[in-house]
Every structure is written in C-alpha cells, then in structure tokens.
Design a protein around this ligand. Structure first.
Ligand code: SF4
Length: 207
C-alpha cells in the first residue's frame, strides 16, 4: 500500500499517474516547474508502483469511473506498460463503458524495440501523442529526447496507432516562452499520418 497519488481527479476526469521517469526532458515539463498539477501532488516517492495499488485508489472513487480515465501524470506512462495493461484490463472488465486514454510521448516502440500497440487493443481506446514540433530540429530543441531517432519514432507511432484503429490525436504545446512551433506544418504532418490534431496552450499550472 502506497501513500503516493497514483490516481487524481481533474475536471471530472480520472487521471492515473504511474511514474516520475521519462525519455524526454521537455523545456515546459511540469516536473521541472513544480510538484503538482492543479493541487494534486504527483511526485512519486517510489518507482515501484503496483497495479493493485492503482486499482485500490481507483476503487476509492468508483462513482467517478464511468467517465474517462487517462494514463498521464508526471512522467511517461508507457514506461509502465505492464501496469497499464493490468489496470486497463481491470477497468474494462468492471466498467466496460469507460473510455481509456493514454497521454504519451509516443516513444514506446523505440523503448521496447517492438510494436506494442497490438498488445493494447481492446484495453485502450484513445491515444494523445506529443508531436511537439514540425521537424527533428524543433522537436529536439523542445523535448530534449534521451534516445536517438525519437522524432521519427514518434511520427511512426502516431501512424501505427491510427493503423491499429485507435482514436489518435497528435498534440503540440504552444505559447511556452519563445519556443515557436509551426502549427500549420504540424497540422499538415498530422493529417498525413491520419490522426486528429490538438493544440495545447501552455498554462502556468500544468498544461
Ligand atoms: S514527454 Fe511529458 S513527461 Fe516527458 S518530459 Fe515531456 S512533458 Fe515531461
């Protein structure tokens, strides 16, 4: 049993927070700015998160579980792929009408060196994937990826998610200091990849 906030509520939606780790180090990342997203302290004291602890915290707010549940939080959720699978399976079995989304940096296939998307079919409904820039140079300046080839891997992941039938949205963050992103080009890239597009204006309290 952990005291960490593995589950939190924001605008009536349920968010699941699995890790502090990430394969990026984005200039606007809330991890570097503050410990909480709109009041919920999300820094985990341990990376040893267990699916049963997540499920126990979900059940404490079971009346909210019929809306949308999002794996998101403070780091990159797909780094905890096995826990995502276990928790999503539990949710889909017990609350079959609940929509499950993952907000991700889209580098999972690069990290695991295999296409993990087919493993998430029937468990995950939607992906929101950070495109973050119109080319590798802009992406690297904004996201400071720790793994080479990240930008291409992100675009491939978006394309693959669409192909596998997930409801897929590519996102960019705008309005952070003087880090300019060419939104029109990002819209075109997203269209070519077959995904939806969303601009996420940067806000002080966590975007
Ligand atoms: S991908 Fe998300 S969690 Fe990772 S560094 Fe960027 S903003 Fe932070």
């Amino acid at each position: 049993m952990t005291e960490d906030n593995l589950v939190y509520l924001l605008d009536g939606k349920v968010y699941i927070n699995l890790t502090n780790s990430c394969t990026n180090n984005c200039v606007f990342c809330i991890r570097d700015i503050k410990d909480d997203v709109v009041g919920a302290n999300l820094f985990l004291s341990s990376e040893n998160v267990k699916a049963e602890d997540v499920i126990a915290q979900l059940e404490k707010i079971h009346e909210k579980l019929s809306s949308e549940i999002i794996f998101c939080g403070y780091g990159e959720p797909m780094l905890k792929l096995d826990i995502i699978k276990e928790v999503a399976k539990y949710i889909k079995e017990k609350y079959p009408n609940t929509i499950i989304r993952i907000n991700t940096n889209g580098q999972a296939n690069l990290v695991y060196k295999r296409n993990v998307l087919p493993e998430l079919k029937g468990l995950i409904d939607k992906f929101s994937i950070s495109l973050n820039g119109e080319n590798e140079e802009v992406y690297n300046r904004i996201s400071l990826p720790k793994i080479e080839g990240a930008y291409t891997a992100v675009k491939d992941f978006i394309k693959e998610a669409v192909k596998e039938g997930f409801d897929t949205t590519a996102t960019i963050v705008t309005g952070y200091k003087n880090y300019n992103v060419d939104m029109q080009k990002c819209i075109e890239i997203t269209k070519d990849l077959g995904a939806k597009f969303r601009e996420r204006p940067w806000i002080e309290n966590g975007y």
